[in-house]
Design a protein around this ligand. Sequence first.
Ligand code: ADP
Ligand code: MG
Length: 651
Amino acid sequence: MAEDYILEKQLQKYFGFTSFKRGQKEVITKIMNGDSAAAIFPTGAGKSICYQLPAVLLPNLTLVVSPLLSLMKDQLDFLLKHRISAARLDSTLGRDEYNEILRKSINGEIKILMISVERFKNERFRYNLEKMKISLLVIDEAHCISEWGHNFRPEYLKLPDYREEFGINQILLLTATATEQVVEDMSLKLEVPGKNITITGTYRENLYLQVTPVDKLKKNKYLLQRIEEFPTEPTIVYVTLQKTSENISNFLCTNGINAHHYHAGMKNEDRDNVQNRFMDGSLDCVVATIAFGMGIDKKDIRRVIHYDLPKSIESYSQEIGRSGRDGHNSLCEVLANKDSINILENFIYGDTPEKKSIYKLLSQLKKNNGFVWEIKPLSLSNELNIRLLPLKTLLVYLDIEGIIKPKYTFFSEYSFKYNISSTKLANNFEGERASFVKAVLDNCSTKKTWTYVDIQGIQSKYNTDRKRIITALEYFDGKGWIELQSKQAIEVYHIVTKAFDIKNITDKIFDLFKLREVQGIRKIHEMISFFESDSCISKRLSEYFGEYLEKENCGHCSFCESGKAIMGNAAKLTSLTSFNFNEITGEFGKIIQDDYSLLNVTKFLCGIRMPLFTKLKVKKLSSFGIFEQYPFSDVKQWVEKHTAEDMSVDL
Ligand code: ADP
Ligand code: MG
């Protein structure tokens, strides 16, 4: 009892809250007892305090990992407001600031350090991380580690390794949306015992869940009317495609709504600008793709309207979770019809690599000289025509297969500016160190302002390893003698074995991707039947996340109010048989040449974006995406029928 009281007192002392919210104390107690734990609370339920309070009480640093650093902005502001020394390391920081944060994290002046998961791959960061004493590793959005979740991030799969490498004992997982399968997966991979997982459910009493079947042609008008009911209330409108977000935002603006679009294709500063204006209340409505929202901690979002269908029930739950964090009533409405299902499915098909791409990658591995394998992810993605995310997933699969092991990421280009003369710099050293420093500096070439480091050149003249050179450069930088910068990330893997059967492994990995594809498609259809539910929607939603609601009817969903929603079928499309195959694929075939395949033509016609298409600029052809609205499998069948039989599609 006494201990309980103490925690409450600390909560009050550091954060000014008089009592714990549901689940918080349980989680914090576990952490304070030295255990690892997980908090699965709905959005807005107060997950952050579960690490923030322990962080101030634990002796050493708390390292917080998030899939996206911008998610951490509000948490950082909150901590600074409460005078807790916290910082986030991101690439927008100036050198001095960056170094200052590292220095303070090493010497204990900073209690909470926030990083993105990619930061671990950074050689310079890892070099510094080794010097930090870490009490607790916090993984925000921890469901990202599971391939069965909706936000799988391959980099998350490496977290268990990092944890071991840096000797971190305690771990805290935070997430709002995790099905039972995902919880199991998470706790297994990160070794959090089941008894230390606290789940408080996803049910939110203040959200009105409405499913409104609306015809495609009437959607805009309906949306406008809905928004005009309370034109200035904070609203997010979710759409699937970037161009839709621009079109709808323009439409709303023309009709006097203070709206703006938001999507991943915008420049960072424009995105930040939209987000900040929405946060501070000078922008009422954001029409966005899913790029917007993860972690947006605006309390008074009154409406989340899905103009297009979300990707899955998990996505839906997370997206509506952004509304009504202040506890006041909020509307979550889906303008449902089945028109956009094919577009959703196409996103998934585009993520499955072709078999021959996997085959090509494995052949490269086998043929590689020696056992050190260096890749530039973006170039490799273009070369193999595999999207970046599936490529990263593929690399993780190969890791799990025991074929490769990630070593580190390094920068192939180091350059710096002298703050003092090179002679003066070299004069700081004596003996062997002086000759080493001289060898380093002599092998650098200065062009205008920047001086470029020739690491191999140094190594060929002076018997030293790469690490010593980087350490020296870091040291000069730390001393303020130079301003160092690094560019062009290269991922280095160790090839564990070349004794694998290319064909077997290709098949095995391709099957894994296929399984993910099937799951992804299944999730879309699960969601459709969820929206067409013949029982209370809140209840179904809770059950999906493993929580049983006592009451039969929530009284705040469209089912409870007006019964089952029936979504309109997709508009009737012109039959595929009336199109001329050669006419619409001829140009594409000429450009694509050797990479011509059944799948590529199908993807082209369905408007699925692939690295190869970007490279060859086929997206500007008029027939790109001509069958965007058609089911992928129908298009594939149609292409198959028209494709010459000798075209080898398979291996
Ligand atoms: P989550 O990450 O679970 O979505 P947050 O950690 O962002 O939620 O917390 C949501 C809000 O609740 C924040 O504004 C936070 O300051 C507030 N909060 C957290 N814990 C408490 C508490 N014990 N008492 C009062 N307010 C709290
Ligand atoms: Mg949070």
